[in-house]
Design a protein around this ligand. Structure first.
Ligand SMILES: Nc1nc2c(ncn2[C@@H]2O[C@H](COP(=O)(O)OP(=O)(O)OP(=O)(O)O)[C@@H](O)[C@H]2O)c(=O)[nH]1
Ligand SMILES: [Mg+2]
Length: 323
């Protein structure tokens, strides 16, 4: 059996660092949803990198954050769980830093704002430093062009890496839009991964059903970000009620959009249902592209008061456990 580098890569970082953007860039498809807002991703999303000498499953995680609601806590727990899983498999974590944000904070003489990384990892993964290969990934390099600024940012952040992980690898600077450093990043990942059998990581079906449901749910949330005002998307939970692939010609998906208040329901529906219609049409088009099949997408909107504060609902919507 042919051998190549093979294994799991977990993308980790604060909200808005650019994890989903990098996943999309690496898999060459717009799988994960990306928005300028923090706390976009809610699911652990897997993508696949297949090259002649590398096969990897790359997991995008929700940004680590302190749990002020059941939802925040569950999302962080999810991401940290991904790290714990990676640790068992001896795989690699890419901890991503928004270098532009650190640059601004240094200039304004503010806190670096990285405490949630330490707090969450310590709480969820046990004693620090973690024995796990970690690749410090400084993203948004396109916004920090000067070499001395990069050096200053790196010097400010690396002590934290050394506190969190036993032996961090050499940091790499990347930019998702320009592609700077992405080849070098992939090379470093390849070096760190073990040799394995070709095809060993994948079942034939590159995207599992579970993953498809999660992508579908995220695509619907993406359209909420695109079509609705600034705050409402954070109050929307998407629950996939039906994902029926029995008919070879059309996949039937039914989903409920839970919002927290009546007033939000009215906004999501729009005048005579016009908003929910656009959300549904656009999300359906993306889901069809992903699964390569026609999709029927039925959406309903329901008020589930304060769902984000209640463990029961957060869990039922598939966003994980907060405890
Ligand atoms: N200039 C620049 N912007 C970037 C880069 N990478 C990502 N972005 C932008 O940063 C914002 C956040 O990107 P996401 O990929 O959604 O970030 P994330 O880490 O997945 O965020 P969460 O899902 O909230 O944890 C988006 O507006 C991206 O377009 C980069 O290399 N350079
Ligand atoms: Mg994301």
């Amino acid at each position: 059996m042919a051998k190549l580098k093979s294994g799991f890569i977990t993308l980790l970082g604060l909200p808005n660092a650019g994890k989903s953007s990098l996943l999309n860039k690496l898999v060459g498809e717009q799988l994960a949803i990306v928005t300028p807002k923090a706390q976009t991703t809610r699911q652990l999303l897997r993508g696949y990198i297949v090259q002649p000498d590398l096969e990897a499953v790359i997991t995008d995680t929700p940004g680590l954050q302190e749990g002020t609601t059941a939802l925040n806590a569950a999302l962080s727990k999810n991401a940290a769980r991904a790290v714990a899983l990676a640790r068992e498999g001896g795989e690699i974590v890419a901890l991503m830093i928004d270098a532009a944000d650190i640059g601004r904070r240094l200039r304004d003489k503010k806190h670096l704002g990285l405490e949630p990384l330490k707090n969450v990892l310590e709480r969820e993964c046990g004693k620090l430093p973690l024995k796990l290969p970690v690749l410090p990934t400084f993203n948004k390099a396109d916004l920090i062009r000067k070499h001395e600024h990069r050096a200053e940012i790196e010097a400010a952040v690396m002590p934290l890496f050394n506190e969190l992980f036993e032996k961090p690898l050499k940091p790499i600077w990347i930019s998702v839009p320009t592609g700077e450093g992405v080849g070098e990043w992939l090379h470093a990942v390849k070096q760190a991964l073990p040799l394995g059998d070709k095809g060993a990581l994948f079942d034939n079906d590159a995207l599992s059903d579970q993953n498809l449901r999660e992508f579908a749910s995220e695509f619907i949330r993406e359209q909420c970000f695109m079509q609705l005002g600034a705050e409402i998307p954070y109050s929307v939970a998407v629950q996939i009620e039906t994902f029926d692939e029995k008919d070879p010609k059309i996949t039937r998906i039914e989903a409920t959009l839970h919002v927290e208040r009546d007033s939000q329901k009215a906004v999501v529906l729009g005048a005579k249902g016009s908003k929910i219609k656009v959300i549904g049409t656009k999300a359906r088009e993306k889901i069809e592209l992903l699964i390569g099949k026609k999709v029927f997408l039925g959406l309903k909107v329901k008020v589930t008061p304060h769902w984000a504060r209640e463990q029961k609902w957060v869990e039922r919507f598939g966003y994980g456990r907060s405890k």
